[in-house]
Ligand binder design. Structure first.
Ligand SMILES: Cc1cc2nc3c(=O)[nH]c(=O)nc-3n(C[C@H](O)[C@H](O)[C@H](O)COP(=O)(O)O)c2cc1C
Length: 364
């Protein structure tokens, strides 16, 4: 039924202006009755950050920015859903158009700029579903005009700790001027110290909400050394690699659209983000699990992320081009790969290719 609806609606969605198509998808998820998903095969289950994920395939941040439809998305079969990025105050984001499909490349460029309804609106929705089960992570960011950006992250952790499955500290969106500077050693050290401190302050009433940091694929390797070192120093629960890239790979075919400012996602991001994932894995030395994101659009790309070091994967842009059928395709391929390898858990595959990947030439 869902597959049928999906096949029917995709040509229509592709004919729409991308942001209208997104709004329509959210509306459909709000109103479409969805059956409870079938139980997952046990071997797809993953334990990470003290949480039990029914399967390792999550929806990346940016699709459900305001937590309007997390339960519908869980019912579609995602192992977890990350809502946001949410900022303390509502924010309109950049002027339209700000979302572009690169059809021939199966990529997207966005410069949305943290358009969202703000913390109070999201809190109302998450509080209303607090006992619904399923892992809903909250991706947090600073308001564009905030005088105290680190203070914004602290407030959001205090606000959402009781209703968030985990937090993602987003310091890697390219669309808020200066935000990515929070990845620089001194600022990040300060930010993560205060983020973990906030989590500890509210722990007695909210529990031990995991805190992750999400990075850009555009860091230099010496910047990555610092970021991983600081994350380890503050005993972060994990990292997400990666957000969108400001680079434009030389093989892009949609030359004109590639000139649009913003972050590139989807297939053209796969090689760079997977390389950065492997580089992070060898630096983390098992201190915490990693979530791999960037260009996951098949079982093979999901497996490549796991072998590069991902305990969990996330996707967004793949859905735009492949539809929701992609999710069951990936889960089936993961189960088949486990069977072929005579393995009973995905954990045995995590990072097996990482060291080798870091010796290859840098993705162009
Ligand atoms: C339209 C769009 C909006 C996004 N918004 C956010 C966001 O608000 N916060 C965030 O951390 N990442 C955001 N992302 C990045 C995704 O979460 C993900 O890291 C990136 O797109 C790579 O995955 P993909 O290639 O599967 O899309 C956005 C991506 C897209 C395409």
């Amino acid at each position: 039924m869902i597959g049928f609806f999906d096949r029917l609606s995709r040509p229509l969605m592709r004919a729409l202006e991308p942001e209208d198509a997104h709004a329509l998808a959210i509306k459909a998820l709000r109103f479409m009755p969805l059956p409870r998903p079938a139980a997952e095969p046990r071997e797809l289950g993953v334990r990470a950050f003290g949480l039990n994920f029914p399967n390792p395939v999550g929806l990346a941040a940016g699709f459900d920015k305001n937590a309007q439809v997390p339960d519908a998305l869980l019912r579609l079969g995602f192992g977890f859903v990350e809502v946001g990025t949410v900022t303390p105050l509502p924010q309109a984001g950049n002027p339209r158009p700000r979302l572009f499909r690169l059809e021939a490349d199966e990529g997207v460029i966005n410069r949305l700029g943290f358009n969202n309804e703000g913390a109070a609106a999201m809190l109302r929705r998450l509080a209303a579903r607090a006992n619904a089960g399923g892992i809903v992570g909250v991706n947090i960011g600073a308001n564009r005009d905030s005088a105290d950006r680190i203070g914004d992250y602290v407030r959001l952790i205090e606000t959402f700790a009781a209703v968030a499955g985990y937090f993602t500290v987003n310091v890697s969106s390219p669309n808020t001027p200066g935000l990515r500077d929070l990845q620089q050693a001194k600022a990040l050290d300060d930010l993560l110290a205060r983020a973990v401190d906030a989590r500890e302050r509210v722990r007695p009433r909210a529990g031990p909400t995991p805190v992750l940091v999400k990075i850009a694929p555009d860091l230099t390797l010496s910047e990555l050394d610092d970021v991983v070192g600081i994350a380890r120093k503050h005993r972060l629960d994990g990292m997400i690699i990666s957000n969108t890239t400001v680079s434009r790979p030389s093989a892009l075919r949609e030359r004109d659209k590639a000139k649009e400012a913003g972050g590139l996602s989807g297939r053209p991001l796969f090689r760079l983000s997977t390389r950065m994932l492997a580089e992070t894995f060898v630096r983390a030395e098992g201190a915490f699990p990693l979530i791999g994101a960037g260009g996951v659009d098949s079982g093979a790309t999901a497996i490549a992320k796991i072998k590069a070091g991902a305990t969990l994967v996330q996707l967004y842009t793949g859905l735009v081009f492949r539809g929701i059928g992609l999710l069951s395709e990936i889960k089936n391929d993961l189960a088949a790969a486990l069977k072929r390898g005579h393995r009973n858990a995905l954990a045995a595959m995590v990072g097996v290719d990482a060291a080798e990947m870091t010796a290859e030439s840098w993705p162009a």
